[in-house]
Design a protein around this ligand. Structure first.
Ligand code: GDP
Ligand code: MG
Length: 439
């Protein structure tokens, strides 16, 4: 997916302005990519329509190139469609707040009841009660009891009782007696939606009057998840969705379609089998995931925020005149440090991802700290003129900074390489590079 979009956007980078033709070309590719990610067809159609409108009506911001601008708009729009902000659980005015978990078999209801109980313990010091409402699978009650043992949370169950609504009613009475602040009801599932299941869930809903009916959906089921969500929502009017198994190899398209088709927010995501593997849903992060561009989007944000036009121009000037020295080097390192992982920033630059010289730079945060320490151990004269650095001066600097001599040597060599590379770039036609600190 990511590759596809990158490819689509490649044609856009490096141009002064986004033309209609560019947008049309990119839209076609983004459309295909979203369909491949199992996003519902109609949802994709609406989405592309909005993107076209947004992208065409907008000026390319000064600190971005047209390609980055399009990524930004696509990302913003995806985020908006998934609800923008993380949505909290409904909370009852009186204890207990009641949460009913519903969904098909194997989606992760029982596990998620445990995860949510753990989450509430951790974030609110909650004292939840779990109700075992899946009486059909023999192991289901034991599974919930085991989870309860792990969390030291009581589990209410009734052996031999065949009426789930009755169990739930008795469970709620127990919670009242013990003053539990939350009640989480686990329910049975089926392989697909059927009438007896829906009737049972409706009866449980009537008895429990839950503040939250959370539909648990397996993200791995892709397009099918949309139909399931619609089916459950039509009968039970769910209040929210939990998307599980996002730790798997899923493209996350379900998140987009479920939200668009049901209008119900996704509250949490399951990221593994452990009880701690539950995350609050963040639409912006999910948007990045669907786009397959991960941290790149936040880097674009940061690039905009941290970008200081005057500073960049000053550095470019110095490089042109070849007076870029260790003082500037440290300034730039610090600027870059504010932005996050250097190698990722470098990879954002068109044509840089596969640049062999980038590999030679071998950048990471710790190394930046060491480099800064080395520069600080130089005299002012040495900082301004790297050619002064003979072997005995290098040994002194190594001792002063607490770094080995080989590292000092390597750093000086890298500095010279970098300076050479930069000077080539600023002289060449890669004007866009001066938009990035350090470039
Ligand atoms: P239920 O039938 O809906 O109650 O589903 P279960 O809670 O019993 O879960 C079914 C299987 O999915 C179990 O093996 C769980 O460990 C697993 N599972 C649940 N949530 C997640 C998740 O977020 N990630 C992964 N990888 N597995 C999960
Ligand atoms: Mg279960």
């Amino acid at each position: 997916l990511s590759e596809r979009i990158q490819k689509a956007l490649k044609n856009l980078t490096g141009k002064g302005k986004v033309s209609e033709e560019d947008i049309n070309k990119a839209s076609r590719e983004i459309r295909l990519a979203l369909l491949e990610a199992d996003v519902n067809f109609k949802v994709v159609k609406d989405f592309i329509k909005t993107i076209k409108k947004e992208a065409l009506g907008k000026e390319v911001q000064e600190s971005l190139n047209p390609g980055q601008q399009v990524i930004k708009i696509v990302n913003e729009q995806l985020t908006k469609m998934m609800g923008e902000e993380a949505v909290p659980l409904n909370k009852s005015k009186h204890i207990p707040t009641i949460i009913m978990m519903v969904g098909l078999q194997g989606t992760g209801k029982t596990t998620t009841v445990g995860k949510l109980a753990y989450h509430l313990q951790k974030t609110q010091k909650a004292r939840p009660l779990l109700i075992a409402g899946d009486i059909y699978r023999p192991a289901a009650v034991d599974q919930l009891k085991q989870i309860g043992d792990q969390l030291k949370v009581p589990v209410f169950s009734e052996d031999g009782e065949k009426d789930v609504a009755k169990i739930v009613q008795d469970g709620l009475a127990e919670a009242d007696k013990n003053k539990n602040d939350y009640v989480l009801i686990d329910t049975a599932g089926r392989l697909e939606i059927d009438e007896p299941l829906m009737e049972e869930l409706e009866r449980v809903k009537k008895v429990a009057q839950p503040d939250n009916i959370l539909l648990v959906v397996d993200a791995m089921t892709g397009q099918a998840a949309t139909d399931v969500a619609k089916g459950f929502d039509e009968r039970l009017d769910v209040t929210g969705v939990i998307l599980t198994k996002l730790d798997g190899d899923t493209r996350g398209g379900a998140a987009l379609s479920i939200r668009a088709v049901t209008g119900k927010p996704i509250l949490f995501t399951g990221q593994g089998e452990k009880l701690s593997d539950l995350d609050v849903f963040h639409p912006d992060r999910m948007a990045s995931r669907i786009l397959g561009m991960g941290d790149m989007l936040s880097l674009i944000e940061k690039a905009q925020q941290d970008y200081d036009a005057k500073e960049a121009e000053k550095v470019a000037e110095k490089m042109r005149e070849n007076t870029f020295d260790f003082n500037d080097f440290v300034d730039q390192m610090k600027q870059v440090q504010k932005m996050g992982p250097l190698d990722q920033i470098m990879k954002m630059i068109p044509g840089m991802a596969n640049n062999p010289q980038l590999k030679n730079l071998n950048v990471d945060q710790k190394q930046i700290d060491h480099t800064i320490a080395i520069v600080y151990s130089m005299t002012e004269a040495e900082r301004e003129d790297p050619d002064l650095l003979n072997p005995s001066r290098r040994r002194r600097i190594a001792a002063g900074s607490g770094r080995p001599v080989v590292e000092v040597n390597r750093m000086i060599k890298q500095f010279k390489q970098m300076r050479e590379m930069m000077s080539k770039m600023t002289k060449g036609n890669m004007k866009g590079l001066s938009n990035l600190p350090g470039m």
